[in-house]
Design a protein around this ligand. Structure first.
Ligand SMILES: Nc1ncnc2c1ncn2[C@@H]1O[C@H](COP(=O)(O)OP(=O)(O)O)[C@@H](O)[C@H]1O
Ligand SMILES: [Mg+2]
Length: 292
């Protein structure tokens, strides 16, 4: 692998709401520049915690206890706040799960799309506006002038998510974190939005982390996959390797249980209780090093 844009090493986190219960257990993962990584796991596995750690928005009740997050050669855990603010939003962007709450309801799309271009890139108004229109065209919005004038509530969920995708790519970040970007959308729209993100990711050469509970999404749009269970990495590898020749019983069970690779959004099917019970015991006994 070329020098990774992101390397997470031995990252552990605990919940202060639940008496120091582990949330992440020595998580390792790597992302190459321009690569799409699927971060997969059931609800509560710790996917969003990793996403939040990468964006510097962990809740106060979640505490990192060990490990490193190295982004573009910089250790995000030790950088001063000012340097971090520069990186978040500028070099690392988010495509959120819920497009409605991520947009400011009282401001026209035009303002929300041009803010970053004007303030962080210092573009004059006219240039920022021209760039915003271009971005809206890139996310296949047919009438960008109308959308620029609209307030968020005047757009459909799919349109709002397209606007947020445009916003995420606006500053040409090196990495985008997409946290379950289609769960709030109709199934018919989900596939289009996933393809759109994949197309832009390839065209712009952006590294993307797709947080998902859906192996179907991974099969369609991810180069590599990291599978989490109860805060521990269970298996990592190329999508082809992991889905084609899974090594861990949990991965095999997920695949055997019949996720529909041709139908993203269909979700994971139940994994046998016995497999889950064994895995819980292994993860707890080895504190995140199953097989250790
Ligand atoms: N605000 C919070 N404070 C403390 N613990 C939290 C908080 N949010 C989530 N957690 C804990 O972190 C665990 C992982 O949550 P999360 O990362 O959101 O999982 P996922 O995105 O995979 O569904 C949860 O099971 C919960 O115990
Ligand atoms: Mg989540």
């Amino acid at each position: 692998m070329t020098a990774p844009i992101l390397r997470i090493q031995h990252l552990s986190a605990v919940s202060d709401l639940e008496g120091g219960a582990p949330i992440l257990r020595r998580v390792n993962l790597e992302l190459a520049p321009g690569e799409a990584l699927g971060l997969v796991g059931e609800s509560g596995a710790g996917k969003s915690t990793i996403a939040k750690a990468l964006l510097g928005v962990l809740p106060r009740t979640v505490r990192l206890t060990e490990g490193e997050i190295t982004f573009d050669g910089k250790n995000l855990r030790t950088l001063p706040p000012k340097a971090l603010r520069q990186i978040f939003g500028d070099e690392i962007a988010l495509i959120p799960q819920d497009p409605l709450t991520a947009l400011n309801p009282g401001r026209r799309i035009e303002l929300q799309l041009t803010d970053g271009l004007r303030m962080r890139r210092k573009l004059p108004w006219r240039e920022a506006r021209a760039r915003a229109l271009q971005l809206l065209a890139e996310v296949h919005i047919n009438d960008p002038e109308r959308v620029m004038r609209a307030y968020p509530h005047q757009l459909s969920g799919g349109m709002r998510q397209r606007v947020l995708i445009a916003a995420a790519f606006a500053l040409e970040p090196k990495m985008i974190v997409a946290d379950e970007p289609t769960t709030a959308l109709d199934v018919t729209v989900q596939k289009q939005i996933l393809r759109l993100i994949r197309g832009l990711q390839e065209a712009h050469g952006t590294a993307v982390i797709f947080v998902t509970h859906d192996l179907g999404v991974v099969a369609q749009i991810c180069d590599r996959v990291t599978l989490l269970f109860s805060g521990a990495v269970i298996e990592s590898g190329s999508t082809e390797e992991v889905l084609g020749t899974p090594k861990h019983p949990y991965t095999r069970a997920l695949i055997a249980a019949g996720p529909r690779y041709d139908r993203p959004g269909a979700g994971l099917q139940p994994v046998p209780e016995a497999v889950i019970a064994q895995l819980r015991a292994d993860v707890a006994a080895t504190d995140g090093r199953p097989g250790a």
